[in-house]
Structures are given as structure tokens and as C-alpha cells.
Design a protein around this ligand. Structure first.
Ligand code: SME
Length: 159
């Protein structure tokens, strides 16, 4: 992503949450996650790569993604990487500079920052949204708030 690519605004976050409802329609499960990652990647220029992982036993398994290239990290043990850390803690992780975070597992050379938002159902992490940004510090508390709302929505459509 180029340094001038736009980040999420509060107005856009509101609009996207409404659009998510209409885009998802009757979709459930993987189809819902596919639609959501596509909408996020195509609507917010700073969301360079967007993936949804699901918990399968002791691993996170890549379920749906949208972006310029596939990742080799299609299965991540819970506890490993930023993704695995967030799945273990159940808390959103914002990494403003992936080069300074020893937990970071590299997917793309262009990635400079990352946000990982767990998706929980009845207090248990069932999956997560993982977004890579090509700018340093691409994610703010607004992205966190917005993506946590998206995660709650996806949790209601999990199966
Ligand atoms: N960077 C992640 C791995 C997944 S890729 O970004 C798609 C991590 O550190 O867990």
C-alpha cells in the first residue's frame, strides 16, 4: 500500500457496518466470512490483506481471505505468532510495527503493521479476523472498535 492510502473514518465505519448486514444477507458460516473479508479488503484501502481464521483443535486454520496474494500461514498453532497470541488471550492485538514484534510471523514483505481481532462465542474464541497493513501504524482504536463489531456479527453467523 502507498503511504497516502486512506484509513478508516468514523463515517465509513458506520456505513460499512450497515453495508455488512445487507452484503451478508442470509449467508452463514464460511460464506459469511468470505463476504465479510471481501467487503473489508475492497472498501478500506489501508486493509491490504484480510483473512478469517477458524479454531480447529489447537490450531487456527485459514478459512477465507481477500488480498493480492495467498499466505503460506494457512495453519497456525494457538499461541504462535500474533494470530496465535490473540487467539489464546481472546483480546485484540494491534502491532504498529511488525519489524519490532518478535511474535510476528511474516506473510508478505510489504506488511508493516497488523491487527488481529478474536471472534468469540459464549466466551470461547472460535476464530479471528487478521488484517495486514502496508503502512506503519495503519490501525487505530477506531479500527479496533469497528472490527470488534464485525467480529460480533460474524460470531452470530458462525455455523
Ligand atoms: N502475521 C501473522 C500470520 C498470518 S499472516 O499475517 C496472514 C502472525 O504473526 O500471526
Amino acid at each position: 500500500m502507498k503511504s497516502n492510502e486512506a484509513r478508516l473514518s468514523r463515517e465509513q465505519a458506520k456505513e460499512l457496518l450497515l453495508r455488512l448486514d445487507s452484503t451478508l444477507g442470509e449467508a452463514r458460516g464460511r460464506a459469511a466470512r468470505e463476504s465479510a473479508v471481501k467487503l473489508l479488503n475492497s472498501s478500506v484501502p489501508s486493509y491490504s490483506w484480510v483473512g478469517a481464521y477458524v479454531v480447529e483443535g489447537k490450531d487456527l486454520v485459514l478459512d477465507a481471505w481477500a488480498g493480492p496474494a495467498a499466505t503460506e500461514h494457512v495453519r497456525i498453532p494457538i499461541g504462535k505468532g500474533v494470530c496465535g497470541f490473540a487467539a489464546k488471550s481472546g483480546k485484540t492485538e494491534i502491532v504498529s510495527d511488525v519489524g519490532k514484534d518478535p511474535r510476528y510471523l511474516q506473510c508478505f514483505l510489504s506488511t508493516r503493521s497488523e491487527i488481529v481481532v478474536p471472534i468469540s462465542s459464549q466466551g470461547t474464541v472460535v476464530g479471528e479476523i487478521d488484517i495486514d497493513g502496508d503502512q506503519l501504524d495503519a490501525f487505530s482504536s477506531l479500527d479496533r472498535e469497528f472490527l470488534e463489531a464485525v467480529a460480533r456479527k460474524l460470531s452470530t453467523l458462525w455455523a
